[in-house]
Design a protein around this ligand. Structure first.
Ligand code: COA
Length: 334
């Protein structure tokens, strides 16, 4: 029995913002951004909501599927359109998925990996809902989405962060298929962010019971100690890659393609070097997207699945790392 990753989908906002365009807001230049990150442009949502992007990506991933068979929707995001309802609930309603259980998770840029880890466990264990003794759900197919509008939480006066991020959505359909091997290993790990190296607060209202100062807008934007997060990322990506390979009983050479979180080309290159793998085996989409947090991995997955490179039987590794701190990897056979 295997939980397969069948199809992927991707949606990006229309507005392309090039590195040069950022000079209007902060003291930076194209050469610095390209050399330090590999990013040349990103998409920024203007008229598109997160729900629009999530639904558009999902529709591509769901092409040819019977919507009634989708038993689970998990949306990974740190920038939901609303706190209530969840993005999952809104996607379920918008797409009319009558039999889906739907919810959101937040493990920052590792979100898509954690969502697959959850879905795999639920699908493998034959998880069912029972109402008055009658099964109402068996999860044979799941829709997993990563969606972000990071442009709404980025501090556009901080050149150390605003150059890195973008908006977009990616999606994948998982199926329980006894004829396929599907997911061979999935591994996730949390690391304590003891120095608050990557944080983003949110807007709260004052209550009549406290004189706490809640007006500092800096607390409501993404804040990062870049070099510290860089070191964490290099170590974490190495650890989760190693552990997932061990779990699958594979070596790095057995993996046909790697789909890493798209934060920084230098982080990806360090992983390639550590595992003695050619950089060509790593999907690089960040030059056109920047870091799209939970959406980065599924967007890059769509990019690689839609090239002629992949063939039946290839083993692919998805790798994520991010705030929390969190990291994880999934290895699956196509
Ligand atoms: C953010 C990041 C690209 C910065 O690169 P770095 O090599 O660490 O650069 P530093 O922060 O040490 O800054 C080096 C210099 O460049 C400057 N600088 C920072 N941002 C700049 C920008 N956008 N344009 C031009 N110069 C910039 C700094 O002010 C500093 O100048 P100084 O030496 O005069 O003080 C890098 O730390 C990084 O990618 N970190 C990980 C981020 C990440 O992956 N986050 C998401 C995790 S999911």
């Amino acid at each position: 029995m295997g939980i397969t990753i069948k199809h992927a989908g991707k949606a990006v906002p229309k507005l392309v913002v090039k590195n040069e365009d950022l000079n209007k807001f902060v003291d930076t230049d194209n050469e610095w951004i390209v050399a330090r990150t590999g990013i040349t442009e990103r998409r920024i949502a203007t008229s598109e909501s997160g729900l629009d992007l999530a639904v558009d990506a999902a529709k591509i991933a769901l092409e040819g599927e019977n919507y009634e068979e989708i038993g689970l929707v998990i949306v990974a995001t740190v920038t939901p359109d609303k706190l209530v309802p969840s993005m999952g609930a809104m996607v379920k309603r918008e797409l009319n998925l009558p039999n889906a259980i739907a919810f959101d998770i937040n493990t920052a840029c590792s979100g898509f990996i954690y969502a697959i880890w959850i879905a795999e466990a639920l699908m493998k264990n034959g998880m069912v809902n029972k109402v008055n003794g009658v099964h109402t759900n068996t999860i044979n197919k799941a829709l997993i989405i990563g969606v972000e509008r990071l442009s709404r939480i980025v501090n556009w006066t901080d050149r150390g962060t605003c150059i890195l991020f973008g908006d977009g959505a990616g999606a994948a359909v998982l199926e329980n298929n006894p004829k396929e091997k599907g997911i061979l290993a999935s591994f996730v790990k949390n690391y304590d962010d003891t120095t608050d190296s990557l944080t983003c607060g949110m807007e709260f209202l004052k209550t009549p019971f406290t004189d706490e100062d809640l007006d500092n807008p800096e607390q409501q934007t993404l804040s990062m100690q870049g070099s510290q997060v860089f070191k964490f990322a290099v170590n974490a990506i190495g650890e989760v890659m190693e552990r997932s390979l061990e779990l699958a009983g594979l070596t790095a050479d057995d993996i046909a393609y790697y789909v890493p979180h798209q934060a920084n080309l230098r982080i990806i290159s360090s992983a390639a070097k550590k595992f003695k793998q050619p950089i060509e085996k790593f999907q690089i989409s960040l030059n056109e997207t920047g870091n799209v947090s939970a959406a980065s991995v599924p967007m890059a997955l769509y990019d690689i699945m839609n090239t002629a490179k992949i063939k039946k039987g290839d083993k692919i590794m998805l790798v994520g790392f991010g705030g929390g701190l969190s990291a994880g990897a999934v290895i699956f056979e196509v």
